[in-house]
Write a new protein. Sequence first.
Length: 505
Amino acid sequence: MRYPSIVHLLVAASHAVAFVPLPSPRSRSSFAPSIIPVDDGGGGFVVVHNIIIPHPHHHPSSSSSPPRSPLRASSSSSSSRPAIDVGEFSPRNVRGLESWGTSNGVQMIEGLQLYTEDDGSDYQYVTTVDIPAGTTIMYIPSEMCLSSSIVAIELGNMSNGGLASSVDQLTRIGGQNSIADYHLFLKLLVEYERGEGSPYLPYLDSLPRLYFNSISMTDFCYECLPPLVFSLSRLERVKYDNFRQVLGKVDFISDYTKGDEAVLKWAFNSVYTRAYADKDGQGTDVTITPVGDMFNHGTMTEVEVYFDGPGGNAMVYTTRDVPANSPLRISYGCPTNPSFLFARYGFLDETSPATFCKIMDIPRTPENVDMGMDFSRMLFYHETGDISQEVLDVVLYAKVLANLKSSPETDGYKQAFYQAHMQGDEGTKAGIHEQFRYETLSAIKKHVDTFLESLDALEKKSYGKSLEEHPRLPLILKHNQFVKQTFLKVQANLEAAGVGVMEYA
């Protein structure tokens, strides 16, 4: 991720609200705030410290069709402005984003600033002031947010049955878990086609065009991916292919847009790299928060996004004390699974402390899951080459003990190890580990050696390829090299440990 430099200041947020620390959102119901009236342009809102809530005399419509106040267009826009160009090398227009957001109710504390350290392809929020933990630093009103549940109602009202037909087809081909994202994908296409008539045009124009993720890779790029990131990338590509397949049934998107690959990829990437899912992660409601989606990823995070209900207002708050001149980062996903971040978002998180061990040939049975089989737990540590306890447990249980030849001496070890693990009997576990330590380490060493050989083969495959034809190839090779360095450290530890010296991580 990119860190800010003062010389690269792009935009300062001069539109501030009172700088007042708030409690965690989970305890706001017991907070007794002071209320300060504010001119909201007739929307019926009041400011509660840094939070805006409906005025008690303002009565919204029923929840089945939530009201959406018309957004105000950017003051810098004009009727002669052409529709945005989403070609990969078209520049992002971010300069008018914050003023557009302010005119539509976005509020930020003083000191938030939008920075870029490169050619303007990547931006992030930083703070120039100290911010205490629990401070709401940004508010995005519900009228401005794009909530999948609200968007679904809007699109349904626009359709004469085509939307329902496409969603039904998406469900039948296995995309039932992507329906919320699909609605947002369609919403972006609708606003794109509206061009100058879209109140979201300044936001759309601020979005990235150039991506390095799986959706943007060439077929040859896929050939250079290790197995895990390949499988994760294929999952992302299948989602995109499913969206394209069912889009033909939608009756409010033009055939021209349906056939424009650049526009479809731009809309898909915008949704999957910027939308926030429900706090429980189930994705029943997925929301895009314009202006509030300019926070970069970090292994160590400073902020989180909170919604006061499905289709509600969005608030960004600090999770710890943040010193001045610091980036404000959120988590895009598990920090110990950089392959997922690479496949979906198209960047390499070099701050990741560990990576999945890449052991892919163990079946995902309930017993193996009980032993610790999970991407976030079966880890090799980048700096030290240490092996997590879960790798040792799963390899011993699912590879070594499962393949023992039946004999009076060996029968029962697997079940005894499983029961000891489930009952927290560390003494019995340690004894079985010690008895089969050589076999366990040998199985891990064989996997590490084989994986390193495969990485070398993937690197050789890339020799002589044109970077103009495959511009994502350098990042793929950088990802592979990051993983390789971790595996080399694990390999060195195993070779130094021999058959019985290596300690548990």
